[in-house]
Design a protein around this ligand. Sequence first.
Ligand SMILES: [Fe+2]
Length: 302
Amino acid sequence: MSLTIKPILPRFGAELSGVDLTGALDEATRAAIIQAQNTYGVTVWRNTGLDDESHIAFSHIFGHVELAPRLPDGVYRHAHRELFDASNLDARGEIIQDELLRLHKRGDRLWHTDSSFMELRSAQSLLLCHEAPPAGGQTWFADTRSAYEDLPQAMKERIEPLQATHSLWWSRRRAGFPLTEEEIDARPHARHPLVHVHKGSGRKALYVAAHARDIVGMSREEGRALLAELIDFSTQPQYVFNISYRPGDLVIWDNLCSMHRGGDYDDTHHRRDMRRTTIREAPAPAVPDDPFTDLFRASGRR
Ligand SMILES: [Fe+2]
């Protein structure tokens, strides 16, 4: 088996093929897949034949697989804690009718990086399509390494020392979820630098997007204007592409060198069943932990 790589943009995104992801992979193949991921930031595999178990098993080649938060009602659509539910379906597999829940999920249509609201950042996200809507529902990706490299030197120097605070509920509020600034203030935030070195490639990248709420040491107005400016810069057409899905397609993105957002589709009438594993940036903890459940518990609600 030999890995075939077809770049999507010159510096960002590639379609990979030639490897069966459903079985065990030898060391050289694993290394080649990881190398392609580090180079291109987003890789796309068509018609993989993966199911829940083989999706999770394959994910382990990238590192520690995170656990989705435990839900207060304890009712899940999946049997596996490693799967984050990125669908518009409830625990019975029916299209979500609850308007609040739908608004909560609509935050994913803003440019974001998965889990930047966590202190322990997520690196790779592996999204497997089980059911796609007949129209729309694609994912858009933006290249935060190339965008950083193309920034004017004065802007690079300005943002180099800065840190942002990130909150899941901030992006939900921006998508229309009814929360006040004060309610968000009272919930946990994570703090991350605006610029970091992407370890897999040695290139610098921006780390911004929809969960980023404020910039430490700046007024809210000034910080939010700067965040918006950086997101706008990074999502210009030369840094962006989108992927449409068929069942079995897998897209892997590196949250530490990209942003993404869900494309619109009719989520009140059409099913979109997508399941995601996520790899923590840090190595596996010595003692098993469950930081997503801890965060949601600390927030007092979903
Ligand atoms: Fe996402």
